[in-house]
Design a binder for this molecule. Structure first.
Ligand SMILES: [Zn+2]
Ligand SMILES: [Zn+2]
Length: 362
């Protein structure tokens, strides 16, 4: 163990939370979140105990808080974007040491089921069913299948905050790997939330020069401008759609990436893309919603619809490479910072939608 690592090691050091108890944020009912004291678990074979250094807010957290989540019945621990240091290792874990900074995705595929064998590990049922939750807390226990596939050493040059973006960036990478943006193309991102802006930044890694962003909140449109969007359009203003259709000399954008997760956004994406273009339906809509598609437009305009969900291990590896690339200002989607003790307040301002991502530090 290096000196730098041991300095960050939490267990037993006097200034830190006591080693016998940990706090963990739990959603106990709709719009109710509280910190509960739990015993610090000891890792079993193949498992890793992480002392959380940073957890990031995510739209999924807010959905769970507001309306519950079909996969995570209440009460449920919450938070799945994190980075930390190794606090304890189970038997048989290779390649990690106590005190080592790590970054991780919260899921990993089984690699044995039909879909995994087809290379669609993003759809592995066991990956989602065994998702790690509870990153708003002092410690997080990572299961064996996760440690084996989706946990990595955190390089010293990237901060814990930036490292905690591994999961959302993996989702973005997966979507863009399917869409294959070309450097000469004009891309429209609908929705200027954290995911829309991560798409904007990751598009640059494909060499895409022209990116337009449309959204509704002034603060978010401002961030899109600051992050270098070539055209920023307030979707609420009259004439917004016309200015987007004018892209590519009136053909419309080559690729539209929809990040609002609302049916209206999906419809707009299908209307705005150029003939022969591609639409990435990235934001998942509420259960039970359906989409009306003009079959004539779909067929005779030769549209390609892509609806990527989650990510595969290769996307996580690519996301880690992007996070290690200092040219990509990925951490700029983190616009707020709070202590774990302020978690209720965090959800209060997330509901208002005026922040992108909030970093929560124990
Ligand atoms: Zn997330
Ligand atoms: Zn599987």
């Amino acid at each position: 163990m290096t000196a730098a690592w041991s300095a960050g090691l939490g267990l037993g050091s006097a200034a830190d939370a006591p080693a016998f108890a940990r706090r963990q944020a739990v959603v106990t009912g709709l719009r109710r979140i509280e910190l509960r004291e739990k015993e610090v678990p000891s890792p079993g074979r193949g498992e890793m105990l992480v002392r959380v250094q940073c957890a990031l807010s995510c739209g999924t957290d807010l959905k769970t808080f507001r309306r519950g989540h079909p996969l995570f019945p209440l009460p449920t621990p919450i938070g799945h974007e994190f980075s930390g240091v190794v606090a304890a290792l189970g038997a048989g874990v290779r390649g990690f040491e106590l005190g080592q900074p790590v970054m991780a995705a919260p899921t990993a595929p089984c690699r044995e089921c039909f879909l995994c064998r087809r290379g669609q590990e993003n759809l592995c049922r066991s990956a989602i069913a065994n998702m790690v939750l509870g990153a708003y807390g002092d410690y997080l226990l990572l299961p064996r299948h996760l440690v084996a596939i989706n946990v990595f050493p955190k390089p010293a040059q990237i901060s814990f905050e930036r490292a905690a973006l591994l999961e959302p960036v993996s989702c973005v990478v997966h979507a863009q790997e399917l869409a294959r943006p070309q450097s000469f193309e004009t891309v429209l991102v609908i929705g200027a939330g954290p995911f829309g802006l991560l798409h904007l930044i990751v598009l640059r890694s494909y060499g895409v020069q022209r990116v337009a962003v449309s959204g509704r909140r002034a603060a978010r449109l401002n961030w899109a401008r600051q992050l270098g969007a070539d055209l920023v359009v307030d979707a609420a203003l009259p004439g917004a759609a016309d200015s987007l259709r004018r892209l590519n000399d009136g053909y419309g954008p080559d690729l539209v990436i929809e990040c609002t997760g609302e049916v209206a956004g999906w419809q707009a994406a299908l209307r705005l893309v150029r003939r022969g273009g591609r639409v990435v339906l990235f934001g998942g809509c509420p259960a039970g919603s359906s989409l009306k598609i003009d079959t004539r437009r779909l067929h005779y305009d030769n549209l390609t619809l892509l609806a990527p969900f989650h990510f595969r291990p290769r996307d996580v590896q690519r996301a880690r490479e992007l996070l290690c690339d200092p040219r990509l200002a990925l951490e700029r989607v983190i616009t707020e910072r709070r202590r774990l003790s302020e978690i209720a307040e965090v959800f209060g301002f997330l509901e208002k939608g005026d922040v992108l991502k909030c970093a929560v530090v124990p």
